[in-house]
Design a binder for this molecule. Structure first.
Ligand SMILES: Cc1cc2nc3c(=O)[nH]c(=O)nc-3n(C[C@H](O)[C@H](O)[C@H](O)COP(=O)(O)O)c2cc1C
Length: 239
């Protein structure tokens, strides 16, 4: 219990610090943010039957587009939204792919993540970008893509270690890389810089941050933000 409390305090601090330096286009969480416990009213008792940590749960779609939307996202218990069947970032990834007709790739760990929020806080603390968790599948033909969106939840103000591992597994030189994140107040946190440093040789465009609970509970608003951003990037097909 003591350990969980200390993890919560550390997370609150990470969230506050990240909020100070974040580039979010939404309201930042103030330093007095509540601890990241899931509100009881929004946390059903049973965990999701389909946690996205299962490598076989979601097929990694591949098609003939020259744009790829790769993302890491977890179902199960998440901050502010309770137990969810589809991860917040996955919802945004699907919106992007649908809007521009891109291929989707789900970054799945070999070892599934815990489906409880406290479990995630604990496991994520033991990970490091230098020794990232193994990824179950690879993108069949990365050469095919000129533009790669990379989506992730903000973890401790930065990208999850598994996303660092994904970015280090491919040669992005000459490609356009576009980050997007879901979060609980930190906006993009430090991730814009992290993606720029890992996607060596790529032209990394400004990312989009969407609050996880907006993606999950107010998809119309999330979709408006996604559409406006894609329009700004000039990626929406002309009507
Ligand atoms: C281990 C962990 C660390 C997190 N750290 C932060 C953080 O530093 N700042 C923040 O705004 N949100 C943080 N969050 C909240 C997630 O970014 C947010 O719930 C996200 O929408 C989850 O996306 P997903 O469902 O696609 O995995 C954290 C969540 C977890 C599980």
């Amino acid at each position: 219990m003591k350990r969980i409390l200390s993890l919560m305090m550390t997370f609150s601090l990470a969230l506050s610090l990240a909020a100070c330096g974040g580039t979010d286009n939404e309201t930042q969480t103030p330093p007095t943010a509540p601890p990241p416990s899931v509100p009881e009213s929004s946390a059903p008792a049973a965990p999701s039957a389909d946690p996205s940590g299962d490598p076989t749960a979601e097929p990694s779609a591949s098609g003939d587009s020259n744009i790829l939307v790769a993302y890491f996202s977890l179902a199960g218990e998440q901050y502010e939204v309770g137990v969810i069947e589809k991860g917040n970032t996955e919802i945004v990834a699907e919106m992007i792919a649908e809007a521009i007709g891109a291929d989707l790739f789900s970054i799945q760990p070999v070892t599934p993540y815990p489906t409880t929020y406290d479990g995630l806080l604990e496991v994520s603390q033991q990970e490091s970008p230098e020794a990232p968790p193994a990824i179950a599948e690879t993108v069949a033909d990365m050469e095919q893509y000129d533009t790669v969106f990379i989506g992730y939840p903000i973890w401790w103000g930065d990208i999850p270690a598994i996303v660092a591992g994904f970015l280090e597994s491919y040669d992005f030189s000459g490609k356009t890389v576009i980050p997007f994140a879901t979060h609980a107040g930190s906006g993009m946190g430090q991730t814009q810089g992290t993606v720029e440093s890992l996607a060596t040789g790529a032209d990394v465009l400004d990312g989009l941050a969407i609050r996880g609970q907006t993606a999950q509970n107010d998809p119309d608003t999330a979709k408006e933000d996604v559409t406006a951003w894609l329009e700004e990037l000039g990626l929406l097909p002309q009507a």
